[in-house]
Design a protein around this ligand. Sequence first.
Ligand code: PLP
Length: 227
Amino acid sequence: MSVYKNINNILEDIGESCLKAGRAPESVTLVAVSKTKSPELILEAYEAGQRHFGENYVQEALSKVENLPGDIKWHMIGHLQSNKAKYVAGRFALLHTVDRPSLADALNKQAVKLGITIPVLLQTNLAGESTKSGADSSGALAMAREADKWSGLEIRGLMCIPPFGMAAEESRPHFRALRDLSKKIGEECPNSVKMEELSMGMSHDYRVAIEEGATLVRVGSAIFGER
Ligand SMILES: *Cc1c(COP(=O)(O)O)cnc(C)c1O
């Protein structure tokens, strides 16, 4: 298995999917999901030109942030407890998993304290799966409406993890629902949030996600092998 080859194949696929969807290839960013993977493997991806990496676990992520090249853009894509806000503030290019007002409060408090703005996405769980985090559509809309009170957060879009289906096509309605919700929130709250990013699509369904408007695809096993 070659990380270099995998990345180049995926970038090629991304280009083809964009072409098919009539989109510019630069409109999609590949986030290489490196949870549980060694710094050595991450460096292989880095050597291949990869700069965006996604991590799920705060402690593991922070040690990688400390020890790997400073021009890496780190994405937090795992569930966040509010008491971890002080550790993640200022350390990530984007937090994908803000799914409840109490977490937004905690992150905002840290941002204000540090005098920074934290870019975030609202994680939604439109399929209503009880085993997954995420706001439902009214919860996400309510957070967007309230966003002005979180002056330290920049809400830049939405993220979802659809129910795992064997076929990529099974994800399509979920991706479409996320895109529709993003449009609705963007129209209702044009001043308090930006709905520029859609974080959706993983190893088995990123092509479908791109056809439905993904701007960030989170791909792990197709790059680094099974976990
Ligand atoms: C692990 C993970 C991924 C990557 O999944 P693969 O199927 O390995 O591509 C993407 N998104 C989230 C939120 C994850 O936890």
